[in-house]
Design a protein around this ligand. Structure first.
Ligand SMILES: NC(=O)c1ccc[n+]([C@@H]2O[C@H](COP(=O)([O-])OP(=O)(O)OC[C@H]3O[C@@H](n4cnc5c(N)ncnc54)[C@H](OP(=O)(O)O)[C@@H]3O)[C@@H](O)[C@H]2O)c1
Length: 208
């Protein structure tokens, strides 16, 4: 593997993944839409390039572990991102950050489909996210992919502990994790895959 390409490198998850990967000495390319808005990345040793996750040409030639942590709010964003990443050359491993809302709750429904717990104003976004996962499951067979989905709240700040990876269900008590913990799990999953063609909830025990 030539290193890690991070989409959404200027965002909260993306920055944490870049820092974690750089801390391990891995070459990192951070893809952002406007490099001038993210000067700190280059200072951390990230090679910053301009690009868009919905453009397959944004992945450089080679054999890259690719992390998708970009967020768009336009209709079809997550499906277009998945389509581009599946079409791109140079992806040897693909790890995407998921959304708690599409984990499966105790009643067998996705969290987002329970109006008693999920705010209606976020439903459209959550369904867009879920559509990206559905697309991966439908057509991602030719790519070595995994989705890591926070098992609860995703918070800023330092690492909270050792993470656990589960399956499609909300872990008991919906424990969360920090972006720092998530980044450790994402880089681990890129470098030493444990999930292949699957989505797993990730959390830190006792973290709420
Ligand atoms: N509890 C949970 O389940 C939970 C909580 C929070 C987040 N998440 C998920 O975690 C992931 C990362 O979220 P985050 O909080 O890190 O988001 P964030 O801080 O809002 O960062 C998202 C980044 O995406 C970039 N972006 C937007 N459109 C792009 C495009 N077309 N191409 C490339 N980059 C683009 C933005 O870059 P610009 O600088 O160019 O605007 C921004 O830096 C998302 O999938 C999000 O849904 C899950």
């Amino acid at each position: 593997m030539d290193g890690i390409v991070v989409f959404g490198a200027g965002g909260r998850a993306g920055r944490a993944v870049c820092a974690e990967a750089r801390g391990r000495g891995l070459p990192v390319i951070g893809v952002v839409r406007d490099p001038e808005r993210h000067p700190g990345l280059a200072a951390d040793g990230v090679t910053v390039v301009r690009g868009d996750v919905t453009d397959p040409r944004a992945v450089p030639a080679g054999r890259w572990g690719v992390v998708q942590a970009a967020v768009g709010f336009e209709a079809g964003f997550f499906v277009r991102a998945v389509d581009a990443l599946l079409a791109a050359e140079g992806v040897s491993r693909l790890v995407l950050v998921g959304l708690f809302a599409d984990l499966v709750g105790a009643d067998g429904r996705a969290v987002m489909e329970d109006p008693a717990v999920f705010p209606a104003e976020h439903l459209a976004f959550a369904r867009e996210h879920a559509a990206g996962l559905a697309r991966l499951r439908a057509v991602g067979g030719g790519v070595d992919w995994a989705v890591l989905t926070p098992g609860g709240e995703l918070t800023e700040g330092p690492g909270r502990g050792r993470y656990v990876v589960g399956g499609d269900r909300v872990p008991e008590g919906a424990p969360g994790l920090s972006y720092t913990d998530l980044a450790v799990a994402v880089v681990d999953e890129v470098v030493v895959p444990t999930l292949r063609g699957a989505r797993g909830a990730v959390w830190v025990a006792g973290c709420h």
